[in-house]
Design a protein. Sequence first.
Length: 424
Amino acid sequence: MSGVDVITFGCRLNTYESEVMRAEAEKAGLNNAILVNTCAVTGEAVRQARQAIRRARRENPHARIIVTGCAAQTEKQTFADMAEVDAVLGNEEKLKSVSYRALPDFGVSAEEKLRVNDIMSVRATAPQMVRHIDGHVRAFIQVQNGCDHRCTFCIIPYGRGNSRSVPMGAVVDQARKLAESGYREIVLTGVDATSYGADLPGQPSLGYLAKTLLKQVPEILRLRLSSIDSIEADKHLWDLIADEPRFMPHLHLSLQHGDDLILKRMKRRHSRADALAFTEQARRLRPDIAFGVDMIAGFPTETEEMFGNAATLAEEAGISFLHVFPYSPRPGTPAARMPQLDRALVKDRAARLRARGEVLHRAHLDRMVGTEQSVIIENNGMAHTENFSLVTAPGLVPRDFKRVIITGHDGRHLDMQVMPALAA
């Protein structure tokens, strides 16, 4: 191989940062290298990263393999001890070209491979200018990094550091550059995006930032948020949901559970009633809105009744996209020291919750049939509606907008017919 390849795991923020990494590595003159941008959210994510590293070495015996990302930050020695790995960079170091100019020689000791500093000492997030997101028709903009909360199950703050925001002006500049490059849909992303602005002068909120973007960059036709903590929704965000057609009617909510006692043991800041009140209010303001939700099954001390409360919350809130994670104990987190459930029971509950999610998703697709929708054609013969439902769109030109009628679905994807009057 030649050049720089990037293998990305995890969230949309990682997808965005992988483009920054590629650009910085190429600026440094790095060649014949594989950058592995890892995720630490579950033990399975770490296992998959290790597996990918071993496969990359087998297929590219002479390439330099550089591992970074959240798992490299939280488990640096794990990766440094792998013979396949040539260097380990922290989450701050991976975004700087100097890191790729100061790599260790081949065959050094595990300790000499490490380039991982204390992420908790980082106090600011520098704006990163990206004009192209490889393989995507929608662009991501990092507006925030890190997290000040300490949910008992989560290792991510120790991989990302404390919350810090990108100044509004830099976000607007980045959005303008992406619009100039042809992107018409932009996703604002962060580790805890709804905490945006607390560390900036005037403390602008995420909703205010979104309003400002849409006002100052009229070329943006669609604006999305990657994931939000519903308890932090502000007045400006509610205004967008109610009144701004360019703000897409889809929100991904970090709920994690539907039982109040488990939510307290998770150290979440919302209750079951809070979650239901949020979805009810959002749907009243924007009837076509759809919700995605993260939910953990098998959290320590979870009884069958508590598990049932998670499943019924998904139904009562009308969740269309249920993302289920079997609880994974992360060393160093309080939940890992709580009484654990049998792994077979955790997997069983996760499977049952996923099955419930499939029923809810099918009901959502049923409701979409016969409706008119606008879609952006993507590179893989697919498209997304405004509420983020996936549509098959074979043979159409990527990045084109189409007005379509939804004609049916296969349980996973919608089928569509382009409306003749608006066909290109």
